[in-house]
Design a protein around this ligand. Sequence first.
Ligand SMILES: NC(=O)c1ccc[n+]([C@@H]2O[C@H](COP(=O)([O-])OP(=O)(O)OC[C@H]3O[C@@H](n4cnc5c(N)ncnc54)[C@H](OP(=O)(O)O)[C@@H]3O)[C@@H](O)[C@H]2O)c1
Length: 254
Amino acid sequence: MAGSSLDGKVALVTGSSRGIGAAIARLFAQHGAKVAVHGRDTKALAAVCSDIEGAGGTVTQVVADVTKFAEIEAMRRQIEHDLGPIDVLVANAGGSFTIPGPVEQISEDGWHASIDGNLTATFLTIKSVLPGMKERNAGNIITMSSVAGHRPHPRSPIPYAAAKAGIEILTKDLATQAGPYGIRVNCIAPETILTERNRQRIPDEQKQALVDLHSIRRLGTPDDVARAALFLASEESGWVTGIVFDVAGGAVMT
Ligand SMILES: NC(=O)c1ccc[n+]([C@@H]2O[C@H](COP(=O)([O-])OP(=O)(O)OC[C@H]3O[C@@H](n4cnc5c(N)ncnc54)[C@H](OP(=O)(O)O)[C@@H]3O)[C@@H](O)[C@H]2O)c1
């Protein structure tokens, strides 16, 4: 293993069957964490788990719809059985479920999907994991926003942006509640990240326009976000709580 900053810690990374979450799970395992890899697509989950195991890491594979509390509770119990109590939670699962456009054209279903799939999912996951962390007087929670959560823009996917803004204040309020229990709570807000999905989705001509928005002239990678998550999860950031950490190549400066 490359380092020891998370040695022996049990980490649940939701939404780690692909994209940013998979990069976080891999990096945490490289740094000694026992990782619960989570998602719904069992084939994708198995591929991430086999990578981690192949590199000598310790991993378990869990499936749950994070908009359903009963499924999250069952997942938490499975992780406790397989790996032990959760020390580090990265509530990463989410995504944008509407296309950008005028507010009045957003469907009610699209609104609910984005709120449920991001804000409610983050709340429910924390609700399940936090009591054990409080009992143990230790823990580390990282939530996943987006620069869309604090950068108004006429082409913003508004339900997603509103959900992510909710995650940011949830993170900060929780940091004030959980700090006295020795639990740190921080949020990461990435700009566009070149996940497999975005590589396929974003046309080349639009990619260049996006690159030009960044002071550092490239788009972010899942590993850029994973390194920020490792910093927040480790004792390297022991005096840091309640922040929203832009991982944005200078496209946003707060
Ligand atoms: N990529 C970007 O440019 C970007 C920028 C800013 C913020 N973010 C945020 O970063 C996080 C990860 O993004 P990504 O681009 O890596 O996403 P992605 O490639 O679309 O992967 C999403 C992950 O979340 C899981 N997931 C989604 N909804 C779920 C649900 N209801 N129950 C269980 N699992 C669920 C998926 O599982 P399955 O596929 O196995 O079902 C998958 O593992 C998200 O919160 C996203 O909003 C991404």
